[in-house]
Design a protein around this ligand. Sequence first.
Ligand code: ADP
Length: 587
Amino acid sequence: MGETHQRRFGWKDMSPFLKGSRLILAIGLVLGLVDAAAQACVPLFFRYALNLVQVNPGAFVERGMVNMLLVGTAILVVFLPAAYYFHVLTMIGFMRFCRNLQVQLYRHVLRMSVDFFQRYQVGEINARLNNDVEAVANGAGFVMSLVWAPALLVYSLVMMLWIDIPLTLICTAMLVGIALLTVLAMPKLKEWNRDVRDASGEVSAVVTEYVGIFGLLKAYSREDFAAMRVETKSDALLLQREKVARWQHAFTDSMQTLTRFVAPLIILFIGAYWITKGRLLAGDLAAFWGYWLQLSAVVQGLVFTFSGMMSSVAAMDRLCAFFAEQPLVKDPEIPLPLDGCRGGIELRDVHFRYPLAESEEGPVLRGLNLKIQPGENLALVGPSGAGKSTLLTLILRFHDPDSGAVLLDGQDLRAFSQKELHAEMGIVLQESLFFSGTIGDNMRLARPDADDAAIWAALEAANAAEFVRELPRGLDSVLGERGAKLSGGQKQRLAIARLFLKDPKIVMFDEPTSALDADSEAHVKEAMKRLFKDRTSITVAHRLSTVKDADRIIVMDKGAIIAEGRHAELRINCPLYAEFCARQAGV
Ligand code: ADP
């Protein structure tokens, strides 16, 4: 053991996702500096004009107006394109980053092993892939402010210092106070925004779960139960959101009062007094006033940016945590080639416990030893919870044993790549799964290049050709939520046809007929029998009629093998098996 499902993954590990957007972002952000510089020039016009009017009104009419017109036009010509490309390029760069983020995140999820899907609910994975990526995308605006606003802040301060140093220092002291308050409030705002995201993920998980079991809720008329669960989670989310709304605004509104009301009055009183003393001209005070307006807008913008950015930052952190997840089942660095697989399987003293199981739960498999010959037709029976399905998942290498080994043709499964391994294996579960698409598409999941003739041959072999032919659109009939409705037996036969098309060396069945009536079972059994030819097969079945003809039957109980043999022998030698037979009339 000792394997962990987490690795280190920080923001900088996301830098490869910037591929294709680095240059665009760099140009965009540099233009942000030009945009800010152009804006910082505006109060200078007031200074120039008002000072000239106060000192020499004639010169203003003669030269000043023309000068202002020329310089103003020049600034406009620079400002407009700079602002446009600053916004557009930064947005495009960011959107490309988010696109890569989403695609890579999905690929990452696909690389996970089964344990990951036990740690995370479907709704939660959904929330990461959609809501969090969107929250990061919203960060584009914040990144723009983070470039533009500090640049304008610096330009404005330089200009102010040039006009009057003491007044600038007073303004700076007020700004520092505002900045400090912001820094103090930031961690709490970040934490609460994270709580909102967590609560929102939980709502999404519960909604997804209950939509999935809609039939069950209807059957028990317990829609109210589902509604209550969703309501409870939704209330918890509302509570978090209300808290964030209250505190975020308490903070931002106090800042506004400070910058738009208190500070301007201070500047006006001091500045006006200094004009009477001849220390400043009216134009200087006007320019100062303009710069304060700009500065306070910038500081407020930054405050909004920081508080709003917290949700993007929290989303990035959560995405990092998701990227840090790694599968417990990994491929070896140099996998052994799996040519000419014969399909012999061996379990050697296998002990296993599910990764997330509570420690007081005992191991699911306890020192299992089993050798299955290539081409053997094996059956697994035993009470539910004995560990039969778990054994299949270990052969599929969905999990690795805690100790001992599972071998294929004498080699540990861990020596092969999972891809090659899975190419040699196929499984049919109690309820077979199909995605929404045509029957043909679903069949080609097993072999993408299969032509119609190959698909029909597989359908024939699985006793499925007849009912597919009867569907109005044949192979083009759509399956899935709004598609053709197939019976349980038809679905199982289609799943078997898919295995014929895949043609693996080892096939496994986990309770393939448990949900079927006797007639459907007969059809499915016939198809299974044909599939077993020249392949190793392992069938877990509750119904002894499905497995009694197997070459060998293994009886499992409490994670161990308690007997093995053929049907007739076990009826006599194994009391547990005899009890099964007695309970199932006609076997
Ligand atoms: P069987 O197929 O014989 O009915 P299983 O292999 O499904 O038995 O289950 C064996 C034991 O493992 C049971 O006690 C079950 O509760 C436990 N188990 C099955 N799946 C999981 C899982 N994903 N996580 C934790 N425990 C599990």
